[in-house]
Design a protein around this ligand. Structure first.
Ligand code: FAD
Ligand code: SF4
Length: 628
């Protein structure tokens, strides 16, 4: 059947949701269970019957990057190594390859129109199930001070007002606590609350996580032994098991994690949660209709200021012409297209000049305060084997540095202990293997350029690969008005819609956090007796910048964490925010903008558990609102 078919009945839904990622799916399921008629518009491909097609694409791709199992193809023709031109796609998305090939400002290779000065380095998916198809599964709660950065640390904007625009959330940890519990059960989080009660995080006495924790890896154990009892800048170094959205025991009909370290980009056995699970549950309520390959293109606003409909374009082929268009209507509207595409859609919605600034943008704040967790990556060889590649990609972290008085001066961070050797940092195990076979030294582990075979090769690989490990520092980025999503004035996608334009930089507050991250990495490697191999960024690396570390100018490089936050911040009043605590637009009474775009500050926790908790809270607000 062509996707150009008219919209299914009923003509008016209770709720229309744009986007079928975790935010949209969580809300759709709750509404469906409450008997509400829901229509979901999804820009990308719909739900396949199983993961086989994704796995096949992943096995055969020349680049095992986060996006490679999913559509649209990263390369055209597939497997060619030639990046797909985003201008040929009806639902394009950024990919990590666009950054690694230095193509971040080439419109024929990069989806986003990046104005710099630094590259925004995180990516997202446009496919049913959304970006979380390739997530890692880390499911941490925010600490209480994460919700009150402005008042707890007295943080004020810079004199120009463009940086350090910290704001308190209109929700506290106590407000969200019951919703965290519900989110942990929907996702299926494996953890032990005794280890998670730190820096003010608390749990009701009767609460237990759905599953026991995933066992710590041997790498975690080596780091724990070395740092136990140690402090840095007066702060304790404590290794804590990471709450994981993956099964440590059979849960909701899915299998136990088999520990084969492939969580990003795809878990072959679906032991890791992904939103197709919630989306299928939503569809199974019989109340929810999913229209895939359907791109929302304009939000219509009536004379009364309420949203009156959403225009959409449909396509059969990702590179083909639009095969249908229409307008869908509901009593309420939810934009769950993530923190770049939601403001893009609102900004495109000009209503013949009636909303010339875009929808939900009377105060001009929409699209501003774009944030990420710029990631500092450091890698080393442990003195003894730590045997990476056993278990999930990460099972523990150092969380004790996520809060403290230092946040008045510099960004905080959490430290993820990687369990995949130098896969992220150096492309191993392949790089080192190729080095020792061919007499090369791309890994820096073969300076004598030995070309080995037989038992010599096996011994060299065992000696090196078994000792590799890395640390990833997720740095809390300050909310800066200058970092924003706008509409490109020069680039369109294949449907003729303006592509997102991005301005991005790292403030001195964020850079100071980065400098502290490097010093902490050096200290931890010293405590372990490990030999560090972290490389200086190359001279032309666009993601490199300079910081002063104890009087020495030092060049560092950041990676995108995939944690896209800000752009429609929540707050207590219409002047200083885009949505309220229910994620309801201040400007349009029946419009909700949901997801990490609503976060006023990024904090240090990976965002999705908080996205889910806030989404479940909004779902209840919608149900109450529809009943009123
Ligand atoms: C490599 C990687 C690893 C990550 N690991 C973690 C982790 O371990 N822990 C964690 O907490 N978070 C992690 N994240 C972040 C996590 O994936 C996101 O926070 C989460 O997916 C956001 O969910 P969402 O539903 O708001 O948006 P998305 O998942 O991006 O879903 C948005 C949906 O909207 C659709 N859409 C967009 N525009 C339109 C339109 N105009 N019309 C119709 N539909 C539209 C898209 O196609 C998409 O399906 C990771 C991200 C990456 C990239
Ligand atoms: S370690 Fe393997 S089985 Fe476990 S969640 Fe990751 S990919 Fe899935």
């Amino acid at each position: 059947m062509s996707t150009g078919t008219p919209i299914p009945t009923p003509a008016e839904y209770d709720v229309v949701i744009v986007g079928a990622g975790v935010s949209g799916a969580m809300i759709a399921k709750q509404l469906g269970l409450a008997g509400k008629k829901v229509l979901m518009l999804e820009a990308g491909a719909g739900l396949p019957p199983n993961n086989n097609e994704f796995m096949q694409r992943f096995y055969t791709t020349v680049a095992k990057v986060p996006e490679s199992p999913y559509t649209p193809e990263v390369f055209t023709p597939p497997g060619s190594g030639t990046l797909t031109n985003p201008g040929t796609l009806n639902a394009g998305r950024p990919t990590t390859m666009m950054l690694s090939q230095g193509a971040w400002q080439n419109p024929a290779m990069a989806y986003m129109d990046q104005q710099g000065p630094l590259p925004f380095s995180s990516t997202y998916e446009r496919i049913a199930g959304g970006t979380m198809r390739h997530w890692l599964g880390t499911s941490l709660r925010n600490v209480p001070n994460d919700f009150r950065m402005a008042s707890a640390y007295g943080l004020k904007p810079d004199p120009q007002g463009n940086q350090n625009n910290f704001a308190d959330w209109p929700l506290s940890y106590a407000d969200l606590e019951p919703w965290y519990e519900k989110a942990e059960f929907e996702i299926g989080v494996s953890a032990d609350k005794a280890t998670q009660a730190y820096l003010g995080i608390s749990f009701p006495p009767t609460y237990q996580y759905p599953m026991k924790p995933i066992p710590a890896s041997l790498v975690d154990q080596a780091v724990t032994e070395a740092v136990s009892g140690q402090r840095i800048d007066g702060l304790p170094l404590v290794v804590t098991e990471t709450p994981a959205g993956r099964n440590s025991q059979p849960f909701q009909g899915r299998r136990v994690c088999a520990g084969n370290t492939n969580c990003i980009p795809i878990c072959p056995i679906q032991a890791k949660y992904d939103p197709s699970i919630t989306l299928n549950a939503a569809l199974n309520t019989g109340q929810v209709t999913l229209m895939a390959q359907t791109v929302a293109s304009e939000i219509l606003v009536g004379d009364d200021g309420r949203v009156s409909g959403i225009k959409y374009l449909r396509y059969d082929d990702i590179n083909g012409p639009a095969t249908g268009q229409g307008t869908c209507t509901g009593k309420r509207y939810v934009l769950a297209a993530h923190a770049v595409e939601t403001p893009r859609l609102c900004l495109m919605s000009k209503n013949n000049g009636e909303t010339a600034n875009g929808v939900a943008n009377k105060n001009g704040l929409l699209g501003k305060y774009l944030m990420d967790h710029p990631l500092y990556l450091a890698w080393a060889l442990a003195p003894n084997p730590v045997y990476g590649y056993r278990g999930p990609l990460a099972t523990s972290g150092i969380e004790s540095l996520r809060d403290g008085d230092f946040r008045a001066q510099r960004a905080a961070f959490r430290i993820e202990i990687g369990n995949e050797g130098w896969n992220f940092s150096a492309g191993d195990p392949w790089t080192t293997t190729v080095d020792f076979v061919n007499g090369m030294n791309l890994s820096q582990l073969n300076p004598s350029l030995s070309a080995l075979w037989g038992s010599d090769l096996v011994n060299a690989l065992n000696r090196n690969l078994s000792r590799q490990f890395r640390l990833g520092f997720l740095v809390e980025q300050s909310p800066d008005a200058g970092n924003c999503v706008e509409l490109s004035t020069t680039q369109v996608d294949h449907l003729g819609l303006p592509r997102p334009q991005i301005r991005y930089d790292l403030s001195p507050y964020t850079r100071a956090g980065f400098a502290a991250a490097k010093k902490t990495a050096d200290a931890i490697f010293d405590m372990m007796g490990a030999t560090q191999y972290t490389q200086e960024p190359e001279a032309n690396d666009p993601a490199a910048f300079e910081v002063d570390i104890d009087g020495t100018p030092t060049r560092l490089k950041y990676y995108g964490a995939g944690h896209i936050v800000g752009t429609h911040r929540m707050g207590r009043d219409a002047a200083s925010s885009v949505v309220n605590a229910d994620q309801r637009s201040w400007d349009h009474q029946n419009l909700f903008l949901v997801g990490s775009g609503s976060f006023p500050t990024v904090a240090t926790a990976n965002p999705t558990l908080t996205i889910a908790a806030v989404a479940l809270r909004t779902a209840q607000a919608l149900i109450d609102d529809l009943a009123a």
